[in-house]
Design a binder for this molecule. Structure first.
Ligand code: NAD
Length: 357
């Protein structure tokens, strides 16, 4: 197949991990006879320096012309003044809004070879495989907010429409159908009216997905169960802020922030794919960033924007295989063990990919 992917390296380690993910995509293309064209566009702090804007018009045009967007990370101490009129992270919000990317998929990758790096005991982790579907353009982060009076009062609003819950709910039900057939919907329906609407809507949708087992959990008890019974989850769907917090919590099960991928999807096939980590200014430019979060994001791109499921699985297996062979980046180091650079880790994944059938 032919596809055009726009690369948005951004700041800090962003360019290093984006280059790694692109090398893997190039290897996938070679192996499968596909033609992936990549073009680079500036975003975040780097774009502010070059043009004064975190998301220049030329970058947005390049994204519109592409089949998928692969982002590194944005931000860093250079642009961290919260009162500055333009800030790197505005680019992410603008992209989400422009392309209506309402569903944020965050799988929690758990590799048996890395079990020792998880804060949870291996026997509790055994069999765990969780996919979060976080609502990304509504809820508490997007509701009306105001600071009142002399700054002695303030409010935020959590609001949802049925249509907003339905569209993210359908993404989650479909994901559960393609996995192990279980969906956990997380809310706070015992207290919040918007969350009662959430629960009613998800319950009604379930009739269209008879092969999916639906359960509801309150957000507080879900937070505990993720640590005590991680293997009891398959797909988890939830409100924007709840999903932000719970997916970060579950991410620690993996053992390193550098491993976590994400996809932001809308109604169209074109999605935005990026590792969960930030620009890691403390290690930027040293060639030691873990590229796996970006590489697994590229796997999500193959699955969700290009429809190349077998290729996505091959990349995921290649990463697991590299870890099983003992490949370790500095964030996964045990004393005395040799660690791999970003490029060496990428090469280890590509070498494993060559052996995948
Ligand atoms: P961070 O994720 O950049 O780093 C947190 C810690 O994790 C650091 O010690 C870092 O070295 C380590 N780390 C992160 N990615 C790694 C990788 N691939 N391999 C190995 N170690 C890795 O978070 P932060 O320090 O809070 O934020 C730094 C900057 O990134 C800030 O400007 C922040 O706003 C921005 N940020 C951007 C995004 C994004 O682009 N989506 C997300 C989070 C933070």
């Amino acid at each position: 197949m032919k596809a055009h992917i726009v690369l948005l390296p951004g700041d800090g380690v962003g360019p290093e991990v984006t280059a790694a993910a692109w090398s893997v995509l190039t290897a996938v293309a070679r192996r499968g006879g596909h033609r992936f064209e990549g073009s680079e566009a500036s975003i975040g702090g780097a774009a502010i320096d070059a043009t004064g804007q975190p998301l220049p018009a030329a970058t947005l045009a390049a994204c519109e012309a592409a089949d998928a967007m692969l982002l590194g990370a944005v931000g860093g101490p250079r642009w961290s003044d919260p009162s500055a009129p333009v800030r790197p992270e505005q680019a992410l919000l603008a992209l989400r809004r422009h392309f209506e990317l309402f569903a944020n998929l965050r799988p929690v990758p758990l590799f048996p070879a890395l079990a020792a790096f998880s804060p949870v005991k291996p026997e509790r982790l055994a069999g765990a495989d969780i996919l979060f579907v976080r609502e990304l353009t509504g809820g508490l982060y997007f509701g009306e907010r105001r600071e009142q009076g002399e700054g002695d009062a303030a409010f935020d609003t959590m609001s949802y429409t049925v249509a907003e819950v339905e569209r993210v709910g359908r993404v989650a039900f479909a994901a559960a159908q393609a996995r192990r057939g279980k969906l956990t919907s997380v809310d706070k329906a015992n207290v919040l009216a918007s969350m009662r609407l959430w629960r009613r809507t998800i319950t009604r949708l379930a009739a269209d997905y008879p092969d999916v087992e639906l359960e509801h959990q309150l957000v507080d008890s879900c937070a505990m169960r993720l640590m005590t019974h991680p293997a009891s989850f398959d797909v988890v769907v939830t409100e924007n802020m709840f999903g932000d917090i719970l997916s970060d919590e579950a991410g620690v099960l993996s053992g390193s922030l550098g491993l976590l991928p994400s996809a932001s999807l809308g109604a169209a096939r074109r999605g935005l794919y990026e590792p969960v980590h930030g620009s890691a200014p403390d290690i930027a430019g040293q060639g030691i960033a873990n590229p796996v979060g970006a590489i697994l994001s590229a796997a999500l791109l193959l699955r969700h924007s290009l429809g190349l499921e077998a290729e996505a699985v091959a990349v995921e297996h290649a990463v697991a295989g590299a870890f099983a062979d003992g490949a370790r980046t500095a964030d996964l180091a045990t004393p005395g063990e040799r660690t791999l650079s970003t490029e060496e880790m990428t090469a280890a994944v590509i070498a494993r990919l060559a052996g995948e059938t």
